[in-house]
Design a protein around this ligand. Structure first.
Ligand code: UD1
Ligand code: UDP
Length: 370
């Protein structure tokens, strides 16, 4: 944590660090709200995600400014990727001398930026702080804990995050419950998600299950991919399955023959507007994505999360989300298709998921940097 601005530096404003698909969706409303306040800001893209469909399409869809720089870090093992991220970001921060670095979510770009900034005594703000799965087999859990420890400002999307941060010694003066910027983006684009137009354009069936999977636990192991392919084929015996395939699982699912079923439709990763249109028009979604659990909660689309845990429990208590295993997946899809979905326990969507999170974050950031 920084206690003061870096010695001898010139504060050149706020630097947002983004690198992977979900970062772009979360940063868009924060960048926009700060722009509205005339803040001096720039966007550093690390290049962790680089395919047009994993990166540039989001800048087009969300009207995000073209990044001021793309570090082009690319893929690698955790150590190799994190090391390259740190080297590139250190060079960039030394050149830009930001007054504040804002990081998003829980990807390797997030923790790398927080580490570099903290060591340069640059204050760090973490958007989506305090989420915990308590599952250290997920690399994201480690990224979350480390980033929160290093952050001067922890922006929480849901109330339970405050307790998690307190339990790890993060003082309440650092924590702000602001709501969910990913939901700002969703609500701000509601009239642009045209499920019918997408169906016509991609020649999709009227009724389908949409699926997206990319967690290492689901897609890295060949045997696992084969078992999941068998389950998805069983679902396809009941209803068409449409899957934009994350590059991480592409080879494993291809080898497992996922596309061989006549009612499985495999697609390239979709841009944001198309993907949410696909989600909105789906009878149910099968996923292991963090963001998709949140989006389905607000859209009211049944979400079956193929994971043993979630760092986003409000999507279960207040939303449409349920955790499923490979063993009970097909049975649960069948129930959902027959209209059996769990009651929402909460009173509507989670608190402050109201489209104003970006404004709240911008307000704290501008007050803090005065
Ligand atoms: C990363 C995040 C994960 C997040 C996900 C969002 C980490 C540790 N993981 O996982 O938390 O949920 O992004 O999608 O940061 N690849 C391409 N093209 C690309 C990007 C990646 O082909 O544009 C392929 C490469 O083979 C690469 C693999 O995907 O090795 C994994 O990419 P990587 O960024 O390391 O992790 P993700 O699985 O995408
Ligand atoms: N998404 C997308 N195209 C896809 C799959 C997902 O635009 O083919 C969007 C999705 O709507 C959400 C974000 O990407 O806004 C979630 O990213 P991802 O699932 O890759 O990461 P996670 O949220 O699991 O970290």
């Amino acid at each position: 944590m920084a206690t003061s601005a870096p010695l001898g530096s010139q504060d050149t404003g706020i630097v947002h660090v983004v690198g992977a698909r979900p970062n772009f969706v979360k940063a868009a409303p924060v960048v926009s709200a700060l722009r509205g306040r005339g803040a001096h800001q720039s966007v550093v893209h690390t290049g962790q995600h680089y395919d047009d469909r994993m990166s540039a399409v989001f800048f087009r869809d969300l009207n995000l400014p073209t990044p001021d720089v793309d570090l082009g870090v690319g893929s690698g093992t955790h150590a190799a990727q994190t090391a390259s991220l740190m080297v590139g970001l250190e060079r960039e921060f030394l050149a830009r001398r930001p007054g504040m670095v804002v990081v998003y979510g829980d990807v390797n770009s997030t923790v790398a930026a927080a580490l570099v900034a903290a060591k340069l005594q640059i204050p760090v703000a973490h958007v989506e702080a305090g989420l915990r799965s308590f599952d250290d087999t997920m690399p994201e859990e480690i990224n979350r804990r480390v980033t929160d420890q290093l952050s001067d400002l922890c922006f929480a999307t849901s109330p339970e995050a405050i307790g998690h941060l307190a339990a790890e010694g993060v003082g309440p003066e650092r924590v702000h419950l602001v709501g969910n910027p990913m939901i700002d983006t969703l609500l701000g684009n509601l009239d642009r998600f045209d499920s019918e137009a997408l169906r016509a354009r991609l020649d999709l069936p009227e009724r389908y299950v949409a699926t997206t999977l990319h967690r290492p636990a689901n897609v890295d192991d060949a045997d696992n991919a084969i078992r999941l392919t068998e389950r998805l084929h069983e679902i396809a015996d009941l209803i068409d399955v449409v899957m934009p395939v994350h590059p991480r699982g592409r080879d494993a699912f291809a080898r497992a023959g996922l596309g061989d079923h006549p009612r499985v439709r495999l697609l390239e990763p979709l841009g944001y507007l198309d993907f949410v249109a696909l989600t909105r028009g789906a009878a149910a979604v099968v996923t292991d994505s963090g963001g998709v659990q949140e989006e389905t909660t607000v859209l009211g689309v049944p979400c079956l999360t193929l994971r043993p845990n979630t760092e986003r429990p409000v999507t279960i208590t207040h939303g449409t989300n349920q955790l499923v295993t490979e063993t009970d997946l097909v049975q649960t899809v069948t129930k959902v298709l027959h209209g059996h979905t769990p009651e929402r326990l909460g009173d509507g969507v989670p608190p402050l998921w109201d489209g104003r999170a970006g404004e709240r974050i911008a307000s704290v950031l501008t007050q803090w940097s005065r």
